[in-house]
Design a protein around this ligand. Structure first.
Ligand SMILES: Nc1ncnc2c1ncn2[C@@H]1O[C@H](COP(=O)(O)OP(=O)(O)OP(=O)(O)O)[C@@H](O)[C@H]1O
Ligand SMILES: Nc1nc2c(c(=O)[nH]1)N=C(CO)CN2
Length: 171
C-alpha cells in the first residue's frame, strides 16, 4: 500500500479550480480531502494570500517517485511556471509524507522538510489525519504539538473558508 499526504496550494488564477483539478486527477485514489483554507503567504515573499488544502491519497501501485511524477503532472496541467522560490504559483503540489518512507534525495525529500514549520500544511493535514505524527530534525511529534510550536500569528494566518473541494459543487 502507498498512502500519501499531499499539500496543495494556489494563489494565481482560479485557485479553487486549480486545487479541485488535483482531486479530479486522483479520482478513486482520494481517501479524504480537508477544508479549503485562505492562508497568509509564508516565506517572506510579498504576494496574494493562498488557498491551501491537504489530501489523503491511496494507490497500492504508486511508489513515492510516482507520487512526485503525479504532483508535477498536476502542476504542469495548471500551467505552472517556476519564477521565484516561495513566490506566486497557479498550483503547488507537495508530497508531505508517503507511508513511513524517509528519503534524502533532493528531488524527493520525505517527510517534506518544511512541513512542520508551516501552519498552512499542518492545519489542513489535521483535518484528514488527526492522529498523524511527523518527524523533523530528529524529533517526532503529533501534528497538534508541531502546531503549538508555531507563533500565534502563523496559526491565525490560516483561516477556514466555506469553499469545498467537492468537484460536484459549483465554484
Ligand atoms: N516532498 C517533496 N514534494 C514535492 N517536491 C519535492 C519534495 N522534496 C523535494 N522536492 C523537490 O523540490 C523541488 C522544488 O519544488 P517547488 O518548486 O514546488 O518548491 P517550492 O514549492 O518553491 O518550495 P518548497 O519545497 O519549500 O515547498 C522540486 O523539483 C521537487 O523535486
Ligand atoms: N500560505 C502559503 N504560503 C506559501 C505557499 C503556500 O502554499 N501557502 N507555498 C509556497 C511555495 O512553496 C510559499 N508560500
Amino acid at each position: 500500500m502507498s498512502r500519501a499526504v499531499l499539500s496543495i496550494g494556489s494563489n494565481v488564477g482560479d485557485s479553487l479550480a486549480h486545487l479541485r483539478s488535483v482531486v479530479t486527477a486522483l479520482g478513486s485514489h482520494l481517501v479524504a480531502a480537508s477544508a479549503v483554507y485562505s492562508t497568509a503567504p509564508w516565506g517572506g515573499v510579498e504576494q496574494q494570500d493562498f488557498l491551501n488544502a491537504a489530501l489523503l491519497a491511496d494507490d497500492p501501485a504508486s511508489s513515492p517517485r510516482e507520487w512526485l511524477d503525479f504532483a508535477r503532472a498536476c502542476e504542469e496541467a495548471a500551467d505552472r511556471v517556476r519564477v521565484e522560490r516561495w513566490g506566486p504559483r497557479s498550483l503547488d503540489v507537495d508530497i508531505v509524507v508517503c507511508d513511513d518512507v524517509v528519503s534524502h534525495d533532493p528531488e524527493l525529500l520525505l517527510p517534506h522538510p518544511r512541513a512542520h514549520e508551516r501552519a498552512f500544511v499542518l492545519i489542513p493535514w489535521l483535518d484528514v489525519d488527526p492522529s498523524a505524527t511527523l518527524e523533523a530534525d530528529g524529533t517526532t511529534l503529533a501534528l497538534a504539538d508541531w502546531l503549538s510550536a508555531l507563533s500565534e500569528e502563523e496559526r491565525a494566518g490560516v483561516r477556514r473558508t466555506d469553499m469545498t473541494l467537492d468537484t460536484a459543487e459549483p465554484t
